[in-house]
Design a binder for this molecule. Sequence first.
Ligand SMILES: [Zn+2]
Length: 205
Amino acid sequence: MKIEKAEVGVIGTNFYVVTDEKTGLSFAVDTGADFTELEPLLKNKNIKYILLTHGHYDHILGTAAAKRSTGAQIVIGGKDAQCLFNETLSRAGLHFPGVQQPVRADIQVKDGDEITVGSIKIKVMETPGHTKGSVCYILPDEGVIFSGDTLFYRSIGRTDFPGSSYSDMENSLFKLRKLDGDYKVYPGHGMPTTLDFERKYNPYL
Ligand SMILES: [Zn+2]
């Protein structure tokens, strides 16, 4: 499995493309920029899914264009699905009114759902707190978590937005903390980390 990363958009959101080298199939995680920024990583890839960690504009603004270019299925936590066509809910309207191209989710996921891309199995963990529909995508066999804006290197996502909840965030962090074993963690912003490192040094986890 190969993970490629770019920091895209005005506030530097991580955009990942993961490829199963056995089958040549790929998926993307978050698309928070216009297509010109995403294109280099999407080029010549067979992208099956665009997995969105939540519905904030800095994670979804490129989704419509990426869908047009790749034909991939758009996947998002059910409780954030409306963000994809509502710039108030995505907060795009606040920062870039009129810019968001509305698009619909193909698949609305919930806790425990599984998605398969080639030989890669992806499990959905609902982790509300930053938004109601925030999810982490967990690759149990590869020991990888895409944590969106729930868990960062030595920090966590903000819980002061409309729809945020600190007590939900605490429960979500507890779920992550008590996962068995160590994982490599790829967050929505900033550098990658590991679950063991965060268990030790993250004051919130
Ligand atoms: Zn966010």
